[in-house]
Design a protein around this ligand. Sequence first.
Ligand SMILES: Cc1ncc(COP(=O)(O)O)c(C=O)c1O
Length: 378
Amino acid sequence: MSVYVDYAATTPFDKEILEEAVNNAENFGNPSSIHRIGKDAKADLQKHRKRIAECINAKPNEIILTSGATEANNLAIKGISEAHDKPHFITTDIEHASVRTTYQNLSEEYDVTFLSAKENGQIDAEELKSSLKDNTVLVSVMMVNNETGSMQPLYEIAETLKEHKALLHVDAVQGFGHMDIDVENIGADLLTLSGHKIYGPKGIGLLYLKEGIKLSAQITGGSHELSRRAGTENIMWVHAFSLAMEKAASERSKRTIKEMQMKERFLNELTEKKIPFEVNGDVNNQSSHIVNIYFRWTEAEFLLTALDMAGIYVSAGSACNAGTVQPSHVIQSMYNDEKRALQSIRFSFSHLMEEEDISEIVNQLEKIYNRLYEREMI
Ligand SMILES: Cc1ncc(COP(=O)(O)O)c(C=O)c1O
């Protein structure tokens, strides 16, 4: 028996959605062509865009379709920075690499403040408030951290920013499908999403950009996406993305209840089997689908390999860094403890999992723990 428990890295493509998108792909035209075939394709594209926009309470012209959230985050940050003179930015130490690395590169030229997280996994909204400067143009704070599942105090941050001209950019990739995402309620000016985290296609995502905000395009060419992102649109994937968003939104409570049950059962079974562990962050302020565990008794790299050999597929942190297990920058920011950052593993659950999957994960962990423990005793 094997168990995939890495749904924050990616999710399987929903077969019904794939089928529906493929079966409706007869409008093969280029939406930029002015003949009938092109116009039909454009009408399809706009229909899907409208449905996508409705899922986050946005307007269709506020949706910029991209190749994924990495591109959308790059577009948000670089696009806003290039539209300003001598800007200051605020972000956090715990962002996904697509935000963090972009800011690290920008910080060679511009003023960027990086806020660290507290042990509960959250940044301090008051610290953010006191970091604001007259020339702060953009504040980037993620909704749900991809390694720990911790939810950030976005409403407090948005409240603070009401009295400041800085824009709020929210990476909501790990939030959609697990919590309600309404750009008005959140107070986001820019927001990013990705298709493959919600049982949709890989290679598609979006940047929500509030009407009236100017940003400079990063991919130039034709006037696609209202001149904000050039390139012929992949209508079939846009369709599939819209279906995945609608399904994730309509099934949200059912899915999150199941995820929560899986997570609770996992923590209970670890406790029952007396496998020593500590949850990183505050378990009561986390998304239903992610938990990050510190195992004092072994290194993450060893545990990942041992679990992989036992058919349990899991990550040490963000998948982008999973090829090489380095200390997690998120756990480092929270605890300032390199040992902990090297000995923590993210488990991420799905409504597709069953109780026996959880028991299998814990049984395999128990075997590994017992093997190590006996060895140490010899
Ligand atoms: C929080 C977060 N932001 C951005 C991304 C990047 O998304 P994509 O794979 O669509 O580029 C990910 C994916 O791991 C993520 O978890």
